[in-house]
Design a protein around this ligand. Sequence first.
Ligand SMILES: NC(=O)c1ccc[n+]([C@@H]2O[C@H](COP(=O)([O-])OP(=O)(O)OC[C@H]3O[C@@H](n4cnc5c(N)ncnc54)[C@H](OP(=O)(O)O)[C@@H]3O)[C@@H](O)[C@H]2O)c1
Length: 289
Amino acid sequence: MPLSGQTVLLTGASMGIGEAIAKALAKEGANLILLSRSEDKLAKLKDDLLQQYNNIKVTYRTADVGNHEQVDAAIQSSIEELGPIDILINNASPAPTSYSHPNHPSSTNIPTQAGLALGAPNIFHALNITDIQTMISTNVNGPMYVTHSVLNRSMISRDSGTILNITSVTGLEVPPFPGETVYHSNKAAQEAFTNALRNELVGTGIRVLALRPGCVATNFHSLRVGHDREMYESFFEGYEPLVSEDIAQAAVYMLNQPPNVSIKALDVVPSAQRSLNVFDRKWNERLGK
Ligand SMILES: NC(=O)c1ccc[n+]([C@@H]2O[C@H](COP(=O)([O-])OP(=O)(O)OC[C@H]3O[C@@H](n4cnc5c(N)ncnc54)[C@H](OP(=O)(O)O)[C@@H]3O)[C@@H](O)[C@H]2O)c1
């Protein structure tokens, strides 16, 4: 379905994958409602997009997706400004926390493996409860609150729309290593939400899709390792990770399908990432990079 003239609500739009999706959709001629917590970044992105594309409308709202009142007010006012929402992209997520409980001995003694455990070693019982709450609030409550509001304020009455949830390859591949329990559980919950909602919306024209990135070089991974440069670089050692634009292109591809076609789920990973923790660390060497 041509994206030109369609109105998209995009959460987590201020950086990383969200920012790249915003740019790719603007290029396609879509109108955008950008949502995250950072007003300065959203305002700059809005200005940049409007400077580059004069055929689209762009607005932004600051809200914490885990706060229902903020989310619903933001959606109500953005619909008043730009009209009904055709496409919702649930993308916002905090990086898995790398903080540990102050009374708990450092958890860096967990064996580091070749996959996502590297640099994100904190075990569940060593985490601060507030960090657990933030993760669940953003990753589980967030997509539900945003989706609930968009369905009720836009999609159900019009009997049409597309909901695209940015989940993760972790959502299906139960991680075979310790660490990041909350994040992995949250991503599995997003997969369940996506599938259950798709079924519940039978009899409507609303499509529900999941896009599952593998390793993408964004601020997300830097945050996971507490901005430790060495740990960050060792995570991507020997292979070429995806960049945000790769995921944005995949999102555009999914959203561009005609209404009778649902790409229900798409895994997009670096070719060197054969599964969650099987990486080809000789990739660059073999390809002479
Ligand atoms: N990078 C990867 O390798 C990777 C792999 C698999 C899946 N993913 C998924 O891809 C999505 C985007 O990740 P990314 O790598 O682009 O992350 P990122 O660079 O850290 O960006 C995260 C975005 O979420 C927003 N956000 C965080 N908490 C929020 C909250 N409570 N309310 C509203 N917005 C919030 C942030 O904006 P503010 O700070 O302005 O609020 C930011 O725009 C996430 O769902 C992530 O789980 C990423």
